[in-house]
Ligand binder design. Structure first.
Ligand code: ATP
Ligand code: MG
Length: 462
């Protein structure tokens, strides 16, 4: 008999019957227990995790249906098969209504009990699977809710449009998506939202920054390798493309991707087939690529640093996230969100935000975008000694006052020039040549101005 190790209790006042039935189970993987009175039965139920109770409803002195009713409440996971006498259909109907799973009519053959147990077992297995799936689903949707509700904040028309585009991308899970935007605008955030709102959500979201991987390991990281194919390949390994089967591969900072890797990625993206390093087998894998960059990638194409054919492959859908200073409406809700997050994290409840903070932040430039606002909020909450977050807690440097228009405009030429230079440097990741290009001046002229205005030339100095 091939049954799983269910724990079964046989509760029947006929000792000979319970012994016989128990004997029948001896050669199976069923663990059976016998009880001839209600009291004995309850003891077993309390001591063991019984999966199935075989219950005679005609026990002397008690009503078996009452026992059934009680145990179904007390042990809701347990199934009950009742034993009834020939012709006692009334009891059977009542028992089924009270939640019995099946019934056996005495006298019965062993094959009948075997069939009843198998049926119960299948049912129990299905129930467990269902429960597992429900738990998994609720975990995933909780995760998703957290990811969307708690991390996607914004009310400006620009960010709402980004969100719309993200939802469209989620609805087309085969289309590759390119996300552009300055550093800290929320590109990875949007990539996750697309993944977790798409039909790929139950599979892997793998974020890879190829510029952080050493050149020698790049191919094996992306395509995997066969054991022994090079020193250090101690076991077979799946690459990112395989890991992301049915999921999403997020390629961060694609503009920095080495050219030889670009060619390989293009092929994998077109053919959806990869071969591990040192192997000849072709492995089919179905992934979607979401890529991101804070560079002007068309410039990369012009300078032959980025393949145009790969760019065409990657930007089937293009989402651009505008910098925070272009959507000042988002500053307030984002600040409230981050303050809420960090006051909970650092256990500093009831901290209020002084009105002037909003006024000052609205004039601020945010070269580091949402990430900068987040860091500012975190630091302010750590530094704050009172129950009100004030302007002083935010350590805002006056030279980053936003002069672009929505607030009182400054006509201080020098101040504006300094601000522009800072902006250009931040937008170009402190690459002075790129900043000079953006400003339309010569690199040497920029150097002179940097000195003149004492502008920070690295991220940490600004
Ligand atoms: N709309 C938003 N709502 C809530 N949090 C956001 C939003 N946009 C960005 N953030 C938060 O700002 C931080 C920076 O976002 P993210 O890492 O996605 O930016 P990025 O554009 O990928 O930056 P980088 O170019 O430097 O890689 C993260 O902590 C992210 O959760
Ligand atoms: Mg990023």
């Amino acid at each position: 008999m091939r049954l799983i190790s269910n724990k079964i209790l046989i509760l029947d006042d006929e000792k000979q019957f319970t012994e016989e039935l128990s004997g029948f189970f001896q050669n199976s993987d069923i663990e059976s227990y016998e009880a001839n009175t209600e009291k004995e039965g309850r003891k077993v139920l309390a001591a063991h995790d019984i999966d199935l109770l075989i219950l005679d409803v005609r026990l002397p002195g008690v009503n078996g249906l009452d026992i059934l009713k009680e145990v179904k409440v007390q042990y809701p996971q347990m199934e009950v098969v009742i034993i009834s006498a020939h012709g006692d259909m009334d009891t059977v109907i009542k028992a089924m209504r009270l939640g019995a799973f099946d019934y056996l009519r005495k006298p019965f053959r062993y094959i009948d009990i075997q069939i009843a147990i198998e049926r119960t077992h299948k049912y129990l297995q299905m129930q467990r699977k269902l429960k597992h799936m429900e738990e998994r689903n609720s975990l995933i949707s909780k995760n998703l809710r957290e990811k969307i509700d708690r991390q996607f904040i914004g009310v400006s028309p620009q960010i709402l449009e980004v969100f719309e585009q993200a939802i469209t991308a989620a609805n087309y899970p085969e289309a590759n998506v390119l996300i552009t935007g300055e550093s800290g605008t929320g590109k990875e955030n949007i990539a996750r939202i697309i993944h977790y709102s798409s039909s790929r959500k139950d599979h892997v979201f793998c974020a890879v920054n190829s510029s952080a991987i050493t050149e020698t390991l790049l191919e094996s990281e992306f395509f995997g390798h066969k054991k022994g194919s090079f020193t250090g390949a101690v076991a077979d390994k799946m690459g990112f493309f395989e890991v992301c089967n049915q999921g999403t591969l997020f390629l961060d900072e694609i503009a920095d991707m080495p050219l030889n890797l670009q060619a390989k990625i293009l092929r994998a993206t077109e053919e959806k087939v990869v071969t591990r390093v040192g192997d000849t087998n072709q492995i089919r894998t179905d992934f979607r690529i979401i890529s991101a960059t804070n560079h002007d990638i068309t410039k990369g194409v012009e300078k032959k640093k980025f393949r145009l054919d790969l760019l065409h492959r990657l930007n089937t859908l293009h989402i651009h996230i505008p910098p925070l200073r272009e959507r000042p409406q988002d500053i307030k809700p984002l600040l409230i969100h981050f303050v809420d997050f960090f006051t909970t994290k650092f256990k500093k409840p009831n901290l209020r935000i002084a009105k002037e903070v909003f006024d000052v932040l609205l004039k601020y430039d945010f070269p580091g975008n949402v990430r900068e606002l987040r860091n500012m909020a975190e630091r302010a909450i750590i530094l704050c000694k009172s129950n009100t977050l004030g302007v002083a807690d935010f350590l805002i440097k006056p030279e980053h006052a936003n002069t672009s228009g929505n607030q009182s405009e400054s006509f201080d030429l020098k101040m504006n020039e300094r601000c522009l230079i800072q902006k250009a440097l931040a937008m170009n990741k402190y690459n002075q040549q790129a900043a000079a290009d953006a400003l339309g001046i010569h690199r040497d002229a920029l150097s002179r101005k940097i000195k003149k205005y004492n502008v920070g030339v690295t991220k940490n100095e600004d």
